[in-house]
Design a protein around this ligand. Structure first.
Ligand SMILES: Cc1cc2nc3c(=O)[nH]c(=O)nc-3n(C[C@H](O)[C@H](O)[C@H](O)COP(=O)(O)O)c2cc1C
Length: 189
């Protein structure tokens, strides 16, 4: 048993420099397989995925829905996956307040599976959800949540200067004491 932070967690970051290299079909399938095995409230499995591979119709639609700033660095990205959460429980039709939580868990699995296979992912909220719903004729019960760029690492020097700076900048995180509380919430600030 190791007492170190998991290597894949340590190595993960959200790159903007992606290679044009195609992602193998079996690896794309394994990403969804990893998402499929995530825990979910009442085993509701609310996550849904639209997979676009560069050159196909899904990809073009997803790419067009991205905000311009994201489009800029997504030009090379070989796979774009739109993620959606089913907003209601299948068993009673009532709102599933854990749908987005559980989709997030599934994406956590997908992310680690990607790292295990030498791939990186970069999640994006920056896309037009209304346009995405129109493009794919998505029913109201499904909430488009993110688009995930998936691929192999590319050359940072090919990025525009501002994006290159972001890519190479220091990554910051809250300290342990700013995340973990106990006792009276008001006294912990
Ligand atoms: C739900 C979600 C939405 C995000 N949206 C965008 C986005 O639209 N564009 C972008 O460049 N990065 C986006 N990011 C990436 C975050 O900026 C990034 O994860 C954060 O700065 C931490 O950096 P790291 O992933 O390299 O640790 C998003 C990340 C998440 C989880």
């Amino acid at each position: 048993m190791s007492t170190k932070l998991n290597k894949l967690i340590q190595e993960r970051y959200s790159p903007r420099a992606f290679s044009l290299q195609k992602v193998e079909d079996e690896k794309i399938k394994l990403l969804i397989e990893a998402a499929r095995w995530a825990a979910s409230a009442f085993n509701g499995q609310p996550g849904r995925y639209i997979i676009g591979e560069k050159g196909d119709e899904n990809y073009d639609r997803i790419f067009k829905a991205l905000v311009p700033k994201n489009r800029l660095w997504n030009k090379n990205v070989p796979v774009l996956i739109m993620t959606l959460a089913k907003a209601t429980n299948s068993y009673n039709g009532k709102p599933n307040m854990y749908a987005q939580h559980d989709l997030g868990l599934a994406i956590g699995n997908l992310t680690m599976q990607a790292m295990e296979m030498g791939l990186f992912v970069h999640q994006m909220a920056g896309f037009d959800k209304t346009v995405a719903k129109e493009f794919f004729n998505i029913p109201d019960d499904f909430i488009p949540m993110t688009v995930i760029a998936v691929g192999y690492l590319g050359n940072v020097d090919e990025l525009p200067d501002d994006l290159k700076k972001m890519e190479l900048g220091t990554r910051v995180r809250r300290e342990y004491g700013q995340l973990v509380f106990s006792g009276d919430w008001e006294k912990m600030k």
